[in-house]
Design a binder for this molecule. Structure first.
Ligand SMILES: Cc1ncc(COP(=O)(O)O)c(C=O)c1O
Length: 373
């Protein structure tokens, strides 16, 4: 059987990782400024993480959600404290799209409405509702077309107000910082006004923190830079450092109903052990603070570079927009300088390294990038 060929692949076989570095099957070392697509939070093969999941799988890898799982409770408690939402509840699933799917359903169960407001350049995943609220029409199959979605420009509060005041929107879904859209930042006043108009119109505010959350922006959640709270928050990617897991954080305003939400694999013992280890390591190694410090340094230095049109982002979620397509620079970075980076559109390089990136790693990256420009 062949693999279904949906990914354009680099001819590189990564077989090992260590901190902010990965290694191919020929023994070449790469600096990882991509974090396997913003997934590696505490670093590759962190010993504490390896120990936690090895011990857990030797005891019990999985049992169903029909019995008590104290690891889920421990995780919920630690996550609530770490992110400052300790009065919220946690529903655990397996991927970013699935978290958004459940968030959109939950909002609709809650207020009985059907429409969703989303933003231009947004990305929320590839499943049914998640892909329909994503502003990339070519990802939407005819079977996904049922949900009614209105897209407005990011930061256009008047457009948001005029839609939401119609009174028939179930939810607004917005990324803490738009990732695939090219590291586009919402502005603080817009987010405050958005919060206000959602409350006024009883529209559920869903913050998709799948890419921008878990410390990446230099705060636990990117929307915390704007001093607002969301009704529902979705998390994935960094939550378990690569173990497939995601979560929906739900305001106490919502009442859980047996059977409305559910999953076979979500919140399994192994995933919880991985996610608990991640939160412990993040706290012990001050990784949110590290993301803020190293990110500030990188952004300030990158802004001094000739040839970069714009540097956007905060913490370790950084977009470098160039005047021209970046394919050649990115290829040189990867094959000549041995640096993995991400991309957004044709002209933007995305940096999404592990949150443990050191100042030395950051300086090394700047030196290697300079050689490619
Ligand atoms: C902001 C955002 N939401 C949702 C998703 C979908 O996550 P997953 O690929 O785990 O379904 C992504 C993935 O890149 C994302 O960046």
């Amino acid at each position: 059987m062949n693999l279904f060929d949906v990914y354009p692949l680099f001819d590189i076989n990564i077989v090992k990782g260590d901190g902010c570095h990965v290694y191919d099957d020929k023994g070449s070392e790469y600096l990882d400024l991509y974090g396997g697509h913003a997934v590696i939070s505490v670093g590759h093969a962190h010993p504490k993480y390896v120990k936690a999941i090895s011990e857990q799988v030797a005891k019990l890898g999985f049992y169903s959600n029909s019995v008590i799982n104290t690891l889920q409770r421990d995780l919920a408690e630690k996550l609530g404290k770490a992110c400052g939402y300790d009065d919220y509840s946690l529903f655990l699933v397996n991927s970013g799209a699935e978290a958004n799917e459940n968030a959109l359903k939950l909002a609709s169960f809650h207020n009985g409405r059907k429409k969703v407001l989303s933003f231009k350049k947004s990305f929320h995943g590839r499943t049914s509702a998640a892909v329909k609220v994503t502003d990339i029409p070519k990802y939407v199959a005819p079977v996904n077309e049922g949900l009614e979605v209105v897209f407005v420009e990011l930061n256009d509060i008047e457009a948001v107000r005029s839609e939401l005041r119609k009174g028939d929107f179930s939810s607004v879904i917005i990324e803490g910082i738009q990732g695939i859209g090219g590291i586009q930042m919402p502005n603080a006043q817009f987010m405050k006004d958005l919060r206000e108009v959602c409350t006024e119109t009883k529209t559920v505010l869903i913050l998709d923190e799948i890419q921008s959350g878990y410390g990446r922006s230099g705060k636990f959640f990117a929307h915390q830079h704007f001093g607002i709270k969301a009704d529902v928050i979705t998390v994935a990617k960094g939550i378990a450092n690569g173990f497939p897991m995601s979560g929906v954080l739900i305001s106490p305003e919502f009442t859980p109903v047996y059977g409305q939400l559910g999953t076979t694999f979500g919140g399994n013992h192994l995933g919880c052990a991985a996610a608990i280890a991640v939160l412990d390591i993040m706290a012990e190694e001050n990784l949110v603070e590290n993301a803020a410090k190293v990110g500030d340094f990188l952004i300030a230095e990158l802004k001094k570079f000739d040839g970069i049109k714009e540097v956007r982002g905060t913490g370790l979620m950084i977009g470098l927009e160039f005047e021209n397509p970046i394919k050649e620079i990115r290829t040189k970075l990867l094959f000549e300088q041995k640096v993995f980076t991400g991309v957004a559109g044709l002209n933007t390089i995305r940096l999404l390294p592990p949150l443990c990136l050191t100042m030395d790693d950051a300086k090394e990256f700047l030196t290697r990038l300079k050689k490619c420009l």
